[in-house]
Design a protein around this ligand. Structure first.
Ligand SMILES: [Zn+2]
Length: 193
């Protein structure tokens, strides 16, 4: 059976919140590509990304529309940060609303070596997928990693990723997809001259 998905999933973001934002491409434009069309797609994505989830999708669970609204707000905040433009207040309100709910599930516990870890406890249904993403987003925004977030340089892709290279030289989300395609294009154009 041929896949009806607009693109292949990757873990190119280097952070689950960025990978979550990368479940769409060309956000909110006429070329918008959507990977998350159903709640089942969200579960499939979570399995791909390695988020452990049991008994996901329960009766009366979070509406996918709300989850996509959250994703677009997160995306808006990142794009505003990248372009150093004023961030739409509605995006911050949306994310803060989610953060408030997530906070009720945050616990700290001590590990064997005496250090502390922050964990999400007692999550059920789609919260098991969405809440870790919201928490990761908060951690990303308030960490120094936010300065390393970039958007893919390919015209055909606008995925976000953390550039973990030493000299901050990464241009494309993935070398095997966007990098090779863009290099081939440049090679072709240089030959034409
Ligand atoms: Zn790309």
């Amino acid at each position: 059976m041929e896949s009806t998905k607009p693109f292949e999933l990757t873990k190119a973001g280097g952070d689950i919140s960025l990978d979550f934002m990368n479940t769409a491409n060309f956000h909110g434009t006429e070329h918008h590509q959507e990977w998350l069309k159903t709640q089942a797609d969200l579960v499939e994505w979570s399995e791909f990304i390695g988020l452990r989830a049991n008994d996901v999708v329960q009766a009366g669970d979070i509406d996918l529309k709300e989850i996509l609204k959250l994703r677009e707000s997160m995306y808006g905040i990142i794009i505003g940060t990248l372009h150093q433009t004023t961030i739409n207040e509605d995006h911050l309100t949306t994310v803060n609303h989610w953060l408030q709910q997530v906070a009720a599930y945050v616990r700290i516990s001590q590990t064997e070596d005496g250090t502390f870890v922050k964990e999400l406890k007692n999550l059920k249904g789609l919260k098991q997928i969405v809440f870790p993403v919201v928490l990761a987003f908060e951690e990303l925004l308030t960490s120094s990693h936010i300065k390393k977030v970039k958007q893919c340089n390919s015209e055909r892709c606008e995925w976000l990723f953390i550039d973990k290279t030493k000299n901050q030289s990464k241009q494309w989300c993935t070398m095997d997809v966007c990098g090779n395609r863009e290099k081939a294009k440049r090679f072709y154009h240089s030959k034409k001259k």
